[in-house]
Structures are given as structure tokens and as C-alpha cells.
Design a protein around this ligand. Structure first.
Ligand code: SAH
Ligand code: SF4
Ligand code: F3S
Length: 436
């Protein structure tokens, strides 16, 4: 640990990649690397990639193309590829892009420092028995009052369109004591809100003191951590929302009234073809139960349009479901065929069909999102200040319902959780006044 070297990390994809990038930065920190903001002045560039849709994976190759001249000008520079493309394509990346020095899959991040010291190589396909987080150094960084904490990784669901079970492997849950100690450590560093992460976070089943823990039990335990004011979790599968987890939404004031619960489609025929193992009706009944436990909860979802075989009637069923639920937000995607998944064997719909359906669905979602924001006007909510706003004396934070809120508060401090009266709604944020 003599000379300081600079590391630039670019993160694509989901929140789990964001969390992983932080952990990799810390692992490299122990080897003398400090983070830098640009690739130009880096000794090592790490691209933490996403494989979920074709566009996401293609970004890797266009970024590598841009890095090539940089490396030619600075031959000592190392370029690493991590994340889900690394897992899916492995050695192929080295063959296709000689500019790359190392390829490391999501389960091998603890080996990154050692790989960076060595020559050109790949470590990807092994899914070790012990979870990487427990092989990585303790977390040191906590920038700001909110943080992610991975509690579960991998997926056993095998939705017909999805690469995640192949890139992240089978479901693994971290033991409760590790999660609690990481959470306490983060709180001691100023974190007030934790978002528990997992590809299938509500499938969590970890071992802890006194037996097995479900996500509901884990949340109840975490709600007892002094100074931890807010809890969230993502992403959930509808089939893993058990009674205790639903009840926790009513019981725990720390558990915020916002739930991301992907449904993908409103057509039973398409849900079946997607291997989602639930119907639209079952999803609607589930939403009713969640709303009974926490009436003011805001729901968000993911949708895929133009899945192979989707008819206009199927698409209409999705719009019906959207109208029946009333979402606070949602992500909408056009189906993208992913190599190695069962759905990729089926003929695709014409691109224009997907574009039109995406547009129509998006219009409904936007309308619902605006309505949900408008409904907040006049209400009193909690806001956790995350940073100063662009205007002098202004603070910005997230409400309980995960809306961005601007507050005029010259004496406000980052990390304060304050009560705010919402005064108005703009396109993507709310404005409010602090109550004293
Ligand atoms: N584990 C999470 C996230 C999966 S990826 C979950 O189960 O919800 C996030 C979203 O990307 C998915 O919910 C799905 O809507 C979308 N997605 C996944 N694979 C896709 C594909 N092949 N084409 C288009 N969208 C996809
Ligand atoms: Fe992918 Fe389905 Fe698993 Fe989510 S539940 S990660 S969409 S396979
Ligand atoms: Fe992408 Fe992998 Fe996350 S494919 S969405 S980075 S789990």
C-alpha cells in the first residue's frame, strides 16, 4: 500500500450494481486505490455492467470503444469489466475487446484486487458457496443519509424473458447477524434510511438468532435499530408477499409506504407464457391485502410490452390492470430477446407494435404518476433531506412515498428527517414547507 492509484467505476443497471460498485471500491481501497470522477485520469477503469436488455449490454462495447484511445495514450492503464455482462459473456469479452484486462463476474468481486495486480484474465463462471459480501472487507464508506444493503442475491424464478437467474445465480440470503452489523455500522456513519436489496428480496430466508428469518421478521428486527428511521426493500415478486410481510407494512412506522411490485403483464395468457406463476386477478387481490394493511401505500411496478405472442387483447388486459390498480410510478420496457432465455426461441413482434404499445402504456402510467403526486398536495409527510437544492436556502429529499421534495429551509441540514406540508406538484417533484 505505497503509491495512490486512481480508480474510475462506471455503474450500469440495477441498484444491486450500485451497491456492488461501492463494495468493489472499498476492496480496491485496501490496495491503495482512490476513486476518481473521470476515466481520463484513472489508472484503472471498471465497468460494472448490466445484461438485462440488449441496449444495456451494447453500452459496454460502445464505452470500451471510447476507452481504447485513452489506454493507448496511457499503456499502464487497466480496464476491467464486472457485472452481469461479464458473467454472461466471460472470455468472449477478452477475445472481442483486447483492450480489456480483466473480466470478473458478480460472485467473484472479492478477488478483484488480486486480479488487478496480476495480468490479463477472467474469473467469472464460478458461483462460490460462500456469499461474496462476507468475503469482502467491511464497509467503510457511507456518503449521505441513505444507503443500500444487499440481503439476498440471485433468483430461482426463471421468468421466460430474464437473464438474472443466469447472471446472478441461485437465490442466496445473507445471515441475519451480518446484515444487522452492517446496518448498525451504516447508522453509526450517519445513515438514516436503508433500502434492503435483493433480486427477489421478499424471498429472503436467512438464518439468525432463534431460527429462520423471513423478510418480514428481518424488517421487524431492523426496526429496532436505534437511529434507523426508515426502511425500504426492493425488488419483490408477487408470489413471495407473505402475510407477515404484508402485516409489517401496517405494524412498522419505519417501513415506508411505497412498494415496488413488478407484475409485467395484465394478461393471464402472457403471464403464463412468461412463467410468472400468478394471474392478474391474484395480483389485484394481493394489492387489496397490501392496501388493507397500509391504506396510503404507493405502488410501483415493471411492465414488459410486446412479449412474444402478445395480442392486442393481451395488451388491453395490461391497460385494464393498470387502470384497476392506479400506480404511483412504473417502469415500462419493450421486450428484448436475451440469448439463452426460453422466450428468445419464440418469434418477436414487429418493432412498431412494441413502440406503439409502450407509448400507450407509458401515457397511462404518466397520468397515474401525476395524479398520485397531485394527491399529495395539502398533505403532511416526512422528508429526509439528502442534499441542498439548486436555489439558495433550498433542501431536497425524498418523502415517505419516495417523491422528490424541494423545501425552502435555509437552516435545514442533510440527514434531517423533517415534517413537511406539500404545497405544489411539478413534473417530477413536489414542493413543500417545513412544519415546526
Ligand atoms: N429482480 C427484479 C428485477 C428484474 S430486472 C424483478 O424480478 O423484478 C427489472 C425489470 O426489467 C423486470 O421487472 C422486467 O420488467 C424488465 N426486464 C427483464 N428482462 C427483460 C427483457 N428481456 N426485456 C425487457 N424487459 C425486461
Ligand atoms: Fe428476472 Fe423473474 Fe427473477 Fe425477477 S423474478 S429476476 S424478472 S427471473
Ligand atoms: Fe442488470 Fe444484472 Fe441488475 S442484468 S438489472 S445488473 S442483476
Amino acid at each position: 500500500m505505497t503509491d495512490v492509484k486512481k480508480l474510475f467505476i462506471k455503474t450500469y443497471g440495477c441498484q444491486m450494481n450500485v451497491y456492488d460498485s461501492e463494495r468493489m471500491a472499498e476492496a480496491m481501497g485496501a490496495d491503495g486505490y482512490v476513486l476518481t470522477e473521470t476515466a481520463e485520469d484513472a489508472d484503472m477503469v471498471l465497468l460494472n455492467t448490466c445484461h438485462i436488455r440488449e441496449k444495456a449490454s451494447e453500452k459496454l462495447y460502445s464505452d470500451l470503444g471510447r476507452l481504447k484511445p485513452l489506454k493507448q495514450a496511457k499503456p499502464g492503464m487497466k480496464i476491467g469489466v464486472a457485472g452481469c455482462v461479464a458473467q454472461a459473456e466471460g472470455d468472449e469479452i477478452l477475445r472481442r475487446m483486447p483492450v480489456v484486462d480483466l473480466v470478473v463476474g458478480p460472485q467473484a468481486y472479492h478477488r478483484l484486487p488480486e486480479m488487478a495486480r496480476a495480468g490479463r484474465q477472467t474469473v467469472d463462471t464460478e458461483f462460490p458457496a460462500e456469499m461474496k459480501f462476507d468475503l469482502l472487507p467491511e464497509r467503510k464508506a457511507a456518503r449521505g443519509p441513505t444507503a443500500f444493503l444487499t440481503v439476498q442475491e440471485g433468483c430461482d424464478k426463471f421468468c421466460a424473458f430474464c437473464v438474472v437467474p443466469y447472471t446472478r445465480g441461485a437465490e442466496v440470503s445473507r445471515p441475519v447477524d451480518r446484515i444487522l452489523s452492517e446496518a448498525r455500522d451504516l447508522v453509526a456513519r450517519g445513515v438514516r434510511e436503508l433500502t434492503l436489496l435483493g433480486q427477489n428480496v421478499n424471498a429472503y430466508h436467512g438464518v439468525g438468532p432463534g431460527g429462520d428469518y423471513t423478510l418480514g421478521r428481518l424488517l421487524r428486527e431492523m426496526a429496532g435499530i436505534e437511529g434507523l428511521e426508515r426502511l425500504r426493500y426492493t425488488t419483490s415478486h408477487p408470489n413471495d408477499m407473505d402475510d407477515d410481510l404484508i402485516a409489517a407494512h401496517g405494524d412498522l412506522p419505519q417501513l415506508m409506504p411505497y412498494l415496488h411490485l413488478p407484475v409485467q403483464s395484465g394478461s393471464d395468457r402472457i403471464l403464463k407464457a412468461m412463467n410468472r406463476k400468478h394471474t392478474a386477478e391474484q395480483y389485484l387481490r394481493l394489492i387489496e391485502r397490501i392496501r388493507a394493511a397500509r391504506p396510503d401505500i404507493l405502488l410501483s411496478s415493471d411492465f414488459i410490452v410486446a412479449f412474444p405472442g402478445e395480442t392486442d387483447a393481451d395488451h388491453q388486459a395490461t391497460l385494464d390492470l393498470v387502470r384497476a390498480v392506479g400506480f404511483g410510478a412504473a417502469f415500462t420496457f419493450k421486450y428484448s430477446a436475451r440469448p439463452g432465455t426460453p422466450a428468445a426461441e419464440k418469434p418477436e413482434l414487429p418493432a412498431e407494435v412494441g413502440d406503439a404499445r409502450l407509448y400507450e402504456l407509458q401515457a397511462w402510467i404518466t397520468q397515474q404518476q401525476r395524479a398520485a403526486q397531485e394527491a399529495m398536495v395539502g398533505r403532511e409527510v416526512g422528508v429526509l433531506y439528502e442534499k441542498p437544492g439548486r436555489l439558495p436556502g433550498q433542501m431536497v429529499g425524498k418523502s415517505d412515498h419516495l417523491h422528490a421534495v424541494h423545501v425552502d429551509d435555509p437552516s435545514g441540514k442533510v440527514g434531517e428527517l423533517v415534517r413537511v406540508r406539500i404545497l405544489s406538484s411539478a413534473t417530477n417533484s413536489l414542493a413543500g414547507q417545513r412544519l415546526r
